[in-house]
Design a protein around this ligand. Structure first.
Ligand SMILES: Cc1cc2nc3c(=O)[nH]c(=O)nc-3n(C[C@H](O)[C@H](O)[C@H](O)COP(=O)(O)OP(=O)(O)OC[C@H]3O[C@@H](n4cnc5c(N)ncnc54)[C@H](O)[C@@H]3O)c2cc1C
Length: 386
């Protein structure tokens, strides 16, 4: 048994860390203050990510992507998670739902996404349906070869800047389908853009569909496939969130270590006060455990060692543990920095705000626990935990 990354992955890790330090971190304060990035900076970051081989990692080579292993994606996402303010979104790849594009849709949606020209927005959540998607109300009704969509979607990340919205709608009893709805389609409009705890360059608008008419050819994948397509996205993104939480926690611990070794109070270095030093010890231990869990799950997916149902539960374990861990670490590190930890000049303050959403989006921690419990009750424990 050995747990080390291959030389190739170590090189990728070092390259990703350099990219994050040199290209992403310098823009943190600007995004924090303005919630925006100029088109010029966006273009540059996308171009640089493509040049370095950090985009589009999740798309297979047959479809024009880099076909990176899951572990390679985790390694890069982890480094990206060091950057605050959603700058990590410049590495990785588009929503994997776009791989369901048919020939005609590929040229319009997938290929520009692979070139980094746009990133889609995925609209599932509604005012009365978040965790419980059985409450979804958005409907698409068939009239001839057209579909009429009515409904309201909330928290649509990137919904302002994407050229189309992937809209999850009911198309019949128990039948849910994804539609690619172009911005500018009559009947689809942004209703409101709420403010959130974090400041990202891509905001999260509420989007209204009012008798919004789209052709049959707007269906993404096949009719009735919305849930299976979304599930594949959740599995990928939950692992990526876990990986980014590792990077966030690593940066927090590094910053706290430097501060503890330098700052003195009552005649001792901060870390020599056990109340402070032990916060670092706990943080290091929990980060190490979360990293092993996440890397191991990525490795299992690459090796085909677990089936999709087992991976679904394991990805939930990774997201649950890493997100909760990163929040505990961020809270401790803000405390270790004292008043500075509460000041936006310091990464600790920004990461404290940033990692909070990782316990909520792409399935809350409570929903992750339900998925894990389901896995525990239904699957073989030897395979799940062995
Ligand atoms: C910044 C941000 C960006 C987002 N981006 C997107 C996006 O791009 N596309 C999209 O579709 N959605 C997006 N979301 C929505 C996100 O996925 C939901 O907020 C999340 O799934 C929770 O749903 P909810 O907010 O309706 O909370 P609810 O489902 O109402 O849950 C409220 C609380 O009840 C708990 N709860 C619910 N059910 C149970 C249960 N069975 N057992 C125990 N506890 C339970 C939850 O864990 C939570 O603590 C985004 C959210 C945020 C904050």
């Amino acid at each position: 048994m050995h747990f080390d990354l291959s030389d190739e992955l170590k090189q990728l890790q070092a390259k990703a860390r350099r990219f994050v330090e040199e290209e992403l971190i310098p823009h943190e304060r600007e995004v924090d203050e303005t919630e925006a990035l100029s088109a010029k900076v966006r273009d540059r970051l996308r171009r640089r990510a493509i040049e370095e081989g950090f985009w589009p990692m999740n798309v297979p080579k047959e479809l024009g992507g880099l076909g990176s292993s899951v572990l390679a994606q985790i390694v890069v996402q982890e480094q990206a998670g060091r950057a605050t303010n959603g700058l990590w979104s410049f590495v990785g790849g588009p929503y994997n739902a776009l791989m369901q594009c048919n020939e005609e849709q590929r040229a319009k949606y997938l290929e520009p996404a692979l070139r980094g020209e746009w990133a889609a927005a995925y609209a599932v959540t509604e005012p009365h349906a978040g965790s419980d998607t059985t409450n979804l109300k958005t409907r698409a009704e068939k009239r001839g070869d057209r579909w009429i969509i009515n409904g309201e979607k909330w928290f649509v990340s990137g919904g302002e800047s994407s050229i189309a919205i992937i809209c999850h709608a009911l198309t019949g009893p128990g039948e849910e389908t994804l539609f690619l709805v172009d911005h500018g389609t009559p009947g689809m409009r942004i209703k409101r853009i709420p403010r959130f705890m974090h400041r990202h360059p891509d905001r999260h608008p509420e989007i209204l569909f009012e008798d919004c008419e789209v052709p049959d050819s707007a269906i993404l994948g096949k009719r009735g496939e919305a849930n299976s397509i979304s599930k594949a996205w959740f599995r990928e993104e939950r692992l990526h969130i876990a990986a980014r939480c590792l990077g966030a926690a690593q940066r927090l611990i590094e910053e706290a270590k430097g501060w503890c070794a330098e700052r003195e109070a009552f005649g001792s270095k901060l870390y020599e006060h056990q109340a402070i030093g032990f916060m670092l010890a706990d943080s290091a231990t929990e980060l190490f455990a979360a990293r092993l869990l996440t890397y191991r799950t990525g490795w299992e997916e690459d090796a085909g060692a677990s089936n999709p149902k087992e991976l679904h539960a394991k990805a939930a374990m990774c997201k649950l543990y890493a997100a909760e861990m990163a929040n505990r670490v961020a809270d401790r590190v803000v405390q270790i920095f004292g008043g500075r930890g509460y000041c936006a000049d310091y990464a600790a303050e920004r990461l404290y705000r940033d990692v909070r959403v990782d316990r909520i989006w792409e399935g809350t921690s409570e929903i992750m626990r339900s998925i894990i419990l389901n896995g525990v009750m239904k699957r073989d424990l030897g395979r799940l935990l062995g």
